[in-house]
Design a protein around this ligand. Structure first.
Ligand SMILES: [Zn+2]
Length: 315
């Protein structure tokens, strides 16, 4: 009953297997979903090596891509699918954050001529913070793989606008998931690419999360685009209500864990005390079996002030 394990050793083994295959004879690792006005989501197929969602916007004189999957073969497939739709160059790639399931295909697009853009923390964290997903026993070839990830070559602090001819694409920093997350919005199409600030009906990875700020970011995005399409980092494309529902998950998780702490629970006793409550409300969400216990434990650490989250590099 293994679900797709984000950023896990098991999935990395799968990725290596997928690499060895010829991508051109495989079916696509993702599903392209047109969102109108030449904006597209690329939704990872369940358990596929793509590992996360991506997307792209075709403008007047070029294309902007959002995220590059966990596997270079998936990125090459995406490049091929875009080139079937347009002969315009791919000018920009935006990485919504540093996690390796969103950045592994950067080099594919850089070689095709794209500038790789991200929040300024991503440029460092892509090569430092990604190491932790392999644990203390990281192998030399795994370290070499992380060292070789293509880092963003344009970075920003709070907001940036891209122009594809007359078409405007807005890139903004939002806190909560890692401390280096971008939301990419396309105002003339009313589409938001949320990266991992939004997981649709899917339990999230909270490893770097600050859940109160994260829920606030979701509330702001939903309020800004009540009729918009929201592309999640994991799960399907959603609505403003889905984004709010995800934010409520974070709020309810905090409330449950906080109540358990007040009742004197800690550690494994706290996790097993909270798990049935969480199961009752969210047991049907994807990744529940994989992330529920870890979400509870991460939130306990966060509420006790013991959580280690990524810090910006000194400038
Ligand atoms: Zn992700």
């Amino acid at each position: 009953m293994r679900k797709t394990l984000i950023l896990s050793f098991a999935l990395l083994a799968l990725v290596c297997t997928a690499r060895a295959q010829d991508a051109s004879t495989d079916s696509l690792l993702f599903t392209i979903k047109p969102l109108g006005n030449n904006v597209f989501a690329a939704i990872a197929k369940p358990k596929s090596a793509a590992g996360s969602n991506a997307g792209f916007v075709i403008g007047g004189d070029g294309v902007a891509v959002i995220d590059t999957f966990q596997d270079a073969a998936a990125a090459r497939q995406l490049l091929g699918e875009i080139q079937k739709l347009t002969k315009l160059p791919i000018k920009f790639v935006v990485n919504t954050h540093y996690h390796l399931d969103h950045v592994t295909g950067n080099a594919v697009f850089a070689q095709a001529g794209a500038v790789i853009i991200a929040h300024k923390n991503v440029r460092t964290w892509i090569h430092t913070e990604n190491l932790k997903f392999f644990g203390a026993g990281i192998k030399p070839e795994q370290k070499a793989w992380i060292d070789g990830l293509f880092a963003p070559n344009v970075v920003y602090d709070s907001a940036l606008e891209l122009f594809l001819g007359p078409r405007r694409v807005v890139v903004r920093f939002f806190p909560g998931h890692t401390g280096g997350d971008s939301v990419v919005s396309v105002p003339d199409a009313n589409v938001y690419f949320c990266g991992d600030l939004f997981w649709r009906k899917t339990l999230p990875n909270l490893i770097d999360g600050t859940t109160d700020k994260w829920a606030d970011s979701d509330a702001k995005l939903a309020a800004e685009g009540p009729k918009a399409a929201f592309v999640s980092g994991h799960g399907d494309v959603g609505t403003a209500e889905d984004v709010l529902e995800f934010g409520r998950y974070l709020g309810q998780l905090r409330a449950m864990v906080s109540g358990a702490i007040q009742n004197g629970l800690a550690g494994e006793a706290l996790t097993s005390g909270v798990l049935p409550q969480l199961q009752e409300k969210y047991g049907s969400w994807d990744f529940f079996d994989h992330f529920a216990k870890r979400n509870i434990a991460d939130t306990e650490k966060e509420l006790r002030g013991e959580k280690k989250i990524p810090q910006p590099a000194a400038e």
